[in-house]
Design a protein around this ligand. Structure first.
Ligand code: ADE
Length: 259
């Protein structure tokens, strides 16, 4: 049954794009603008098939962490033959100039928890990472100029500044970072701008299959000791900013003649 379904999916003519996020809050706004034609369940995950602004699309809530996002990226590629993958979601800020609500467009994505443990240190196996697709980066930077983002409103209900959109480095690990010491370490060792829990896994799968990818992240917290509480306060807001940018990227893809 499963093999038959995969065969049917693989023989579909139309190329799709794959859009994923880890949590429901990260994909629900994309879901709102999607025309859904069919819903598949594969490996206990839900894949919504349809279109966004007439671009054929498969949308999935992957789950949190590197294994979950690997599973979804692999299914996007092997099951649906996607032509590109865009990840939308939230992250912890690593670059100290960034604030909650700001957006990082991936230039490269690197695993920060992949390496060798020595008695007094940790040696990463890679500090360079996987480069995102240059065409998608260009589309995202253009989209960043046009998109209307929501300024952060803090707990005091004081309207904050307009979010910045930067091109930067994203570090990924199976860890939620709530430590200023660890934030500093990730900044120093990986020169990262933000930290999250899925991007490098998606990037690694995409690189293995030569599928272009882009990771979009908006900051829900600053990866310090307040990260837990900031995450709870700002996750919806940050997820909305990331979704708005991804929607604008897909709008540009729909217009693009290169597809
Ligand atoms: N996603 C959002 N905030 C994060 C953090 N502080 N660490 C890892 N992933 C995150």
């Amino acid at each position: 049954m499963y093999a038959c379904m995969i065969f049917l999916l693989l023989t579909q003519e139309t190329k799709m794009i794959g859009v994923m996020g880890a949590m429901e809050v990260e994909v629900e706004l994309i879901d709102d603008v999607m025309k859904i034609e069919r819903i598949d369940t594969i490996g206990m995950k839900t894949y919504k098939i349809g279109s966004i602004f007439d671009v054929p699309c498969v949308l999935a809530e992957a789950g949190v962490g590197k294994v979950a996002s690997t599973q979804t990226a692999q299914t996007f590629i092997m099951g649906y033959g996607v032509e590109l993958i865009i990840f939308t979601g939230v992250a912890g800020g690593i670059n100290p100039v960034l604030e909650v609500g700001d957006i990082v467009i991936s230039k490269e994505v690197v695993h920060h928890d992949f390496g060798q443990i020595l008695p007094d240190s940790f040696i990463p196996f890679d500090t360079i990472g996987f480069p995102a697709d240059s065409y998608l980066i260009r589309l995202a930077l253009d989209a960043g100029e046009k998109v209307e983002l929501v300024p952060v409103i803090d707990e005091m209900k004081i309207e904050g500044r307009m979010p910045e959109v930067i091109l930067g480095r994203i570090a990924t690990g199976d860890q939620f970072i709530s430590s200023e010491a660890k934030r500093l370490w990730i900044e120093r060792v990986f020169n990262a701008d933000c930290v999250e829990m899925e991007g490098a896994a998606v990037a690694q799968v995409c690189s293995a299959y030569d599928v272009p990818f882009l990771i979009i992240r908006s900051l829900s917290d600053l990866a310090n000791e307040d990260a837990d509480i900031d995450f709870q306060t700002f996750v919806v807001h940050a997820a909305e900013n990331s979704s708005r940018l991804v929607e604008e990227i897909i709008r540009q893809l729909a217009r693009s003649e290169d597809r």
